[in-house]
Write a protein that binds this ligand. Structure first.
Ligand SMILES: Nc1nc2c(ncn2[C@@H]2O[C@H](COP(=O)(O)OP(=O)(O)OP(=O)(O)O)[C@@H](O)[C@H]2O)c(=O)[nH]1
Length: 292
């Protein structure tokens, strides 16, 4: 049986109705919904698994697929302007007068299929809907425009059909049972990575990888150990900081987010390890999931 899988970016201004749309689209079929799993690479807001497809919803425009090579990942991260998803849904509020120009610029450049969803049509007239459709045709000329009401479920089935029609043939990106220990580990390592990106300067984050080495669930607490891997001793010293001050920050911030994500108390232990030039070594790249 063929399998489809892909990344769907839901973008749009605050309050446009993105969460309401997500709920309308997938509702209880969602395996993971967490606003806590925010990472530098992608903020996954939900994964829908069916026997023959997997849809990964993200609300970060610069989504990067986990299987990309490190170099490509870094390029995309640095440029940050490419909307790299298999399908893009731009959610707009029909009553919004100022549309985001930077997003529109990016959408013009992307090669992925774009659907513009004009939302909240229950609060507008047919004339307004028609003029908005013309407006969007003129600004980005997307593959398709849907006039919807996420709140009232109007035209949602058509949006879902659009997603399924445009989802590429691909094996699943994540475990089909997306709440397995494995995917929790993945998110935990991404949360720690995010803190490294936030707390350290330029070259450090790119020389860093995080591996969760132990993940033990006890009744009231989850005990997690993770290694932060760098390429040189000098980087190790920077990661640790004066008298451990920096690594302590990473640990504290990461633990707070992981607790939010797992909804459990967490004991987090971090180790810093040097693997000289790990980025040039194929076997490490494979282990870290950068293999293509
Ligand atoms: N009338 C009407 N209201 C809607 C519709 N869709 C969403 N809303 C309302 O718009 C408000 C914002 O919706 P959200 O789904 O939270 O918007 P969001 O884009 O996720 O917002 P952020 O999380 O701030 O980015 C809520 O009060 C929704 O109930 C719709 O189709 N019609």
């Amino acid at each position: 049986m063929s399998h489809k899988a892909g990344f769907v970016s839901i973008i749009g201004k605050p309050n446009a109705g993105k969460s309401t749309l997500m709920n309308a689209l997938v509702g209880e079929k969602m395996s993971i919904v967490t606003s806590k799993a925010q990472t530098t690479r992608h903020r996954i807001i939900g994964i829908v698994n069916e026997p023959d497809y997997q849809i990964v919803f993200s609300d970060t425009p610069g989504v990067i697929k986990p299987a990309y090579t490190l170099q490509e990942s870094m390029m995309n991260f640095v440029q940050g302007s490419i909307i790299d998803a298999d399908i893009i849904l731009l959610v707009t509020d029909i009553n919004e007068r100022y549309d985001e120009h930077d997003v529109i610029e990016k959408l013009r450049k992307t090669e992925s299929p774009v659907a513009v969803l004009i939302n909240k049509i229950d609060k507008s007239t047919e004339v307004e809907v028609k003029s908005k459709i013309v407006h969007w045709q003129e600004t980005i000329n997307p593959k398709v425009i849907f006039a919807i009401s996420a709140l009232h479920g109007h035209n949602i089935a058509a949006v879902m059909q659009f997603i399924l029609n445009n989802l590429p043939e691909h094996p699943p990106y994540y475990e089909k049972d997306a709440l397995t220990d494995k995917s929790e580990r993945f998110f935990v390592s991404e949360i720690i990575r995010e803190k490294v990106f936030k707390l350290y300067e330029k070259e450090i984050p790119y020389s860093t990888e995080v591996i969760v080495t132990a993940f033990k669930e006890e009744e009231h607490i989850t005990r997690i150990s993770a290694e932060i891997i760098v390429e040189r001793d000098s980087q190790k010293n920077i990661i640790i900081g004066k008298a451990g001050s920096m690594i302590k920050k990473v640990g504290t911030y990461a633990r707070e987010d992981i607790e939010g994500f797992l909804q459990k108390k967490v004991f987090l232990e971090l180790f810093v390890k040097v693997i000289p030039d790990w980025r040039k070594k194929d076997n490490y790249l494979k282990r870290f999931g950068y293999e293509q």
